[in-house]
Design a protein around this ligand. Sequence first.
Ligand code: 13P
Ligand code: SF4
Length: 372
Amino acid sequence: MVNPKNDKEIAREILDIKKTLGQELLILTHHYQRKDIVDLGDYRGDSFGLSQKAAADKAGRFIVFCGVHFMAESAEILSQPHQTVQIPAVEAGCWMADMADIDIVEEAWGDITSITSSDSVIPIVYMNSDAALKAFCGRHGGAVCTSSNAPAAFRWGFGEREKILFFPDQHLGRNTGNQMGIPPEEMIVWDPAKPLGGNTQDSIKKARVILWDGYCLVHTRFRDKHVLKMRERFPEAKIVVHPECTEDVVSLSDAVGSTSFIVKYLENAPIGSTIIIGTEINLVNRLALENPEKKVLDLYYSLCPNMFKINLGNLLWTLKNIGQVNVVTVPEDTKKDARAALDRMLALSPKALLAKKGDSFKERQTARVTTR
Ligand code: 13P
Ligand code: SF4
């Protein structure tokens, strides 16, 4: 019987292939990837940073994306025609992205614009979505945003039109609206299973933000009771969470921001401090290893099984079949419109990171966002 290869042997083979392919290969890894994958990548980042990298890289022929499918799809849309994007596990989807599809969004858009007219509402789609939804936004003058530039995207959206339809993550949308001081009664939730999304014509007319009823199962596992319990156990600690968490969790925390914001927050934390993190466990565990002089704890254990589908075995298999297997493709017409919405996103600086009062870190200075 042939002995299965151990992780060290697989990693060595991956490094050999990387050496052979040199500049022709770019391995991008999201912050939620496990450590052994991140260690083998050329660049790690949040979904905004990875898109920027994919758009900027002109030299490579092969981009291997270690993250979930919508991220690889966005890289494919932003990459050059001579480049091929591959994902080691095509089945690495995103539950939240699956909560909105083009048919139900088109239907909701028809309902909303029959009440408000299409020049009063702008669609903004979270990066965590299918290419067809990004293309929908491109066609209707809207944009894509990520968790790092959502406030900038909202500010831009309100500069264009009176209302924003935001999908699919209601929590990122609500946290961004809260940060901008939009009153709760002006933010309504659209439940696609109900007539008019569960709203009245009047509430749709009055709303400034219409939030799709989607959420991340990984981040909504964090509850206010976890924050309260950790505060009691570690009164000296700072708590930082991702904006896909509920507004209750966010309001009890010290800071909120994208995965890259969280990484920076840790870097800037004083030596000896205790930081409790509310996001995917692989990032928390890696940050604990990388910051031994700080105490890094998870708010609660929460793993994204989709991100975890990428492993050393399927990364090696992809590299051995470079340019051939698990190639990510997007139809040309979808690509053109989705690219327009992604280009608008790339033009929106992520410097308006979400953060909270009392946060003494540098990012705090850039946190203020205002409505027009
Ligand atoms: P970031 O944009 O912070 O990388 O987050 C992506 C994501 O899927 C979080 O669940
Ligand atoms: Fe999707 Fe949530 Fe996983 Fe992010 S953590 S990829 S939003 S399921």
